[in-house]
Design a protein around this ligand. Structure first.
Ligand SMILES: [Zn+2]
Length: 342
């Protein structure tokens, strides 16, 4: 009996992980392509609260940036679909059970810095890059200042800049690039789509209109990347943290809150790639490190999805490093699947 149960558990584990990671279709190798370390610049452009709704909005800039790139509209946020848990996971590559960020404990209005510092057992992708590349140029922009206050480290020579509106955030980034800065990693968070989501819900024209507005800012940044000669060596990622309920709001487990778009563009990215079904927003950390040629830290559960790079088959998620998250994520995903229409 015990043997049978062990066998069943093993089979479950194998069949739940392996096919997702190795279901990459299409070619594995293009001559001359080597994605690992092929990039000098990674741009992580975060759109708070946009879920997987780019596909339903008028987004001419998103479309041109990713026309030769890979896009999934079925990636998953952290189980707890609040902002800090998800920006925390996007930037650390671990689950929210590990990074333990909440909106309260990263906010300037929340706990004092010492408590936040104490929680930084898992450093951000900035820290990983700084360790591997002492001369890296690092920049973090944003609208919601709590990210730069509570998640992005202070002592790593990171250029940090917050603006009160998304329009100004975009302008600041464009100016930064036009001044000749060549960031190894530039992250930003746009906040206005989340505000529209809270006010109008994810079923409203006004929400889609705001995605269209932020799409214009993505286009301005993209044009600055081109204008300053950075495009060939850049990997560009757009990711929301979570979505919104039809009536607005997030933090729980429905499909609308939990499923997000992740889009990646770069010279070795697979055109039309869809990434695999197990793609999580925390994987952004692994993708960024891979693109810059930095070995993946052994304490994270982010991994490079299948069907993303031309020459790389992708990685199995090392769930043994965070078993509790694997169980909770799995169980809650079954629940989320039952909430499709909410
Ligand atoms: Zn958010």
């Amino acid at each position: 009996m015990k043997k049978t149960i062990a066998l069943l558990l093993t089979l479950l584990l194998v069949f739940s992980c392996v096919p997702m990671a190795f279901a990459a279709n299409g070619s594995l190798l293009n001559k001359g392509d080597c994605s690992y370390g092929a990039y000098k610049h990674v741009f992580i452009l975060g759109v708070d609260g946009a879920g997987n709704y780019f596909q339903h909005a008028d987004t001419p800039n998103f479309d041109r940036i990713f026309k030769d790139g890979a896009v999934t509209n079925t990636a998953r946020a952290e189980v707890y679909t609040d902002s800090a848990p998800n920006w925390g996971s996007i930037l650390t590559g671990v689950s929210n059970l590990r990074n333990m960020y909440t909106n309260g404990n990263i906010s300037p209005e929340g706990d004092e810095p010492p408590k936040i510092q104490h929680m930084r057992k898992y450093p951000t992708v900035y820290n990983r890059i700084r360790c591997a590349m002492p001369d890296a140029v690092l920049a973090s922009f944003g609208n919601w200042s709590a990210i730069n206050y509570g998640i992005v480290e202070d002592d790593l020579d990171i250029y940090k800049h917050n603006d009160p509106t998304d329009e100004e955030v975009a302008k600041s980034i464009v100016n930064y690039l036009d001044e000749g800065n060549k960031p190894t990693l530039l992250f930003t968070q746009f906040d206005s789509v989340d505000h529209a989501g809270h006010t109008y819900g994810s079923d409203s024209e006004l929400y889609f209109n705001q995605i269209h507005v932020v799409d214009e800012y993505l286009g301005q940044i993209y044009d600055a990347i081109i204008r300053n000669g950075l495009l060939d060596d850049s990997l560009i990622i757009v990711t929301p943290d979570h979505g919104h309920k039809a009536e607005g709001g997030h933090g729980r487990f429905s499909m609308r809150e939990s499923v997000i778009t992740i889009a990646v563009a770069g010279k070795t990215v697979k055109k039309g790639g869809t990434m695999d079904k197990d793609t999580r927003n925390r994987d952004v950390t692994a993708i960024a490190l891979f693109a810059l040629g930095i070995p993946k830290p052994l304490d994270i559960t982010a991994r490079v999805p299948a069907n993303l790079f031309n020459d790389y088959i992708g990685e199995v998620r090392p769930i043994h490093r965070d078993i509790l998250d694997a169980i909770i994520s799995g169980v809650m995903w079954i629940y989320t699947l039952s909430t499709k229409d909410e």
